[in-house]
Design a protein. Structure first.
Length: 322
C-alpha cells in the first residue's frame, strides 16, 4: 500500500508540473554568445540552482530545425531567425537576450577589393535571407547602394572560405569562426564591413517554446539568470582566462586565438539586457532591431505575414531578474 501511495503521489506531482520528468533541453552551437553556456555546465551552476538542464550541441541551422521539430525546449538563435521559425509555426518566447554581434559578422572582400563601393556590378556570396544578407544590405545602404548594385550568389555559410578562394566572387559574408577562417585562408582578403558598424542589428536570444515556457516559467527564469552569471564570469578579469579556456575547448580552438575573437561578440550583462528590452525604434532596442529584421524578411519573401516583436519578447521576466 505504501508503494502504491508513493507512486500515486509522484504521478500527481508530474501531472501538476511539480516534478520535471525530462531535462530541459537547450540546443546551442558554435558562436561565443552561445558557447558561453558551457561555463554553467562545467561549473555545475544548473545543478546548484536545482535545475535539470541538458545542453545539446548542433551546427546552427540544424539547431533551429531541432527546435522547430520539438526535439528540444529551447534554442540559442539570432532574433531575426527566430521570427522566421515563428512564421513557419515554431513560435518562441525570448527568456534572455544573449548578445549582439560587434565585429564577428563580416562582409569580406577578395584580394583587390578595397571597399564596399568596389562591389558595384560584382558577385557577392551570402546565404540569402540569413543575417549576413541583412548585414550586406546595411553595408550597401551606408555606401549609397542597394541590392540591385550587386549580384547575390546564394552559398552555404560554411563554404565561404573556399568560395572566396575560388576567385569566382568578389566578396563573401560570414560570421565567426568562419569569417576568421576566410581571412586566414585567402591572402590579401580584407573585412570591408562588419557588425561593429551596425551594433544591435544582429541580436542573439534564448528562444523557448511556448509550451515549455508555460510549464516551467520559474526554471526558465533561473536559466536566464545563470546566463548573465556566465557573462559576469567572462567579463571578470579574475576569471576571464578560465572562461575563455572552457569556451575554446568546447569548439576545439586555441584559447589564445579564441580570446582575440571574443571582442567581436558583445555579451549582454543583465543591466544591458534590461535596457535593450525597453521599447524603441533604434537598434539599441530589441524591438527596433526585430522590426528591421521583420521588414527584411517580408521584403525578401521569407514569410508572408508580419511578425510582432511583442509576441516574442518577455520584458517582465528579464526586468525581474536580479
Amino acid at each position: 500500500m505504501k508503494l502504491k501511495s508513493t507512486l500515486a503521489l509522484l504521478l500527481s506531482l508530474l501531472a501538476a508540473g511539480g516534478l520535471q520528468a525530462e531535462p530541459l533541453k537547450i540546443a546551442y552551437s558554435d558562436w561565443p554568445g552561445f558557447t558561453i553556456f558551457e561555463l554553467a555546465k562545467q561549473k555545475g551552476w544548473f545543478k546548484d540552482a536545482g535545475l535539470d538542464v541538458e545542453l545539446v550541441w548542433f551546427e546552427y541551422l540544424p539547431s533551429i530545425d531541432a527546435f522547430s521539430a520539438g526535439k528540444v525546449d529551447a534554442v540559442t538563435i539570432v532574433g531575426t531567425d527566430a521570427l522566421v521559425a515563428g512564421a513557419n509555426g515554431a513560435k518562441s518566447k525570448f527568456v534572455a537576450l544573449l548578445d549582439y554581434s560587434e565585429g564577428s559578422d563580416m562582409i569580406i572582400g577578395a584580394p583587390g577589393i578595397k571597399s564596399i563601393k568596389d562591389l558595384k556590378g560584382k558577385k557577392v556570396a551570402v546565404e540569402t535571407t540569413l543575417v549576413e544578407h541583412l548585414l550586406l544590405l546595411k553595408a550597401l545602404e551606408e555606401n549609397g547602394m542597394t541590392q540591385a548594385d550587386v549580384e547575390l550568389v546564394n552559398t552555404a555559410t560554411d563554404k565561404m572560405p573556399e568560395t572566396l578562394a575560388s576567385g569566382k566572387v568578389s566578396a563573401v559574408g560570414a560570421w565567426y569562426p568562419i569569417s576568421g577562417n576566410a581571412l586566414k585562408q585567402v591572402s590579401g582578403s580584407k573585412a570591408l564591413f562588419t557588425s561593429a558598424s551596425a551594433k544591435g542589428l544582429i541580436y542573439d536570444v534564448l528562444a523557448v517554446s511556448p509550451s515549455s515556457y508555460g510549464k516551467h516559467k520559474e526554471e526558465w527564469a533561473k536559466i536566464a539568470g545563470i546566463y548573465y552569471k556566465c557573462v559576469d564570469y567572462l567579463k571578470d578579469p579574475k576569471t576571464k582566462k578560465e572562461a575563455i579556456k572552457i569556451m575554446a575547448a568546447k569548439v576545439g580552438a586555441d584559447a589564445s586565438d579564441y580570446a582575440k575573437n571574443v571582442p567581436g561578440t558583445h555579451f549582454l550583462t543583465l543591466e544591458e539586457a534590461k535596457a535593450a528590452v525597453k521599447k524603441g525604434p533604434g537598434l539599441d532596442s530589441i524591438y527596433g532591431s526585430l522590426t528591421v529584421g521583420d521588414k527584411f524578411n517580408l521584403e525578401n519573401k521569407v514569410y508572408k505575414s508580419a511578425q510582432k516583436p511583442e509576441s516574442y519578447v518577455l520584458p517582465n521576466l528579464i526586468n525581474d531578474l536580479k
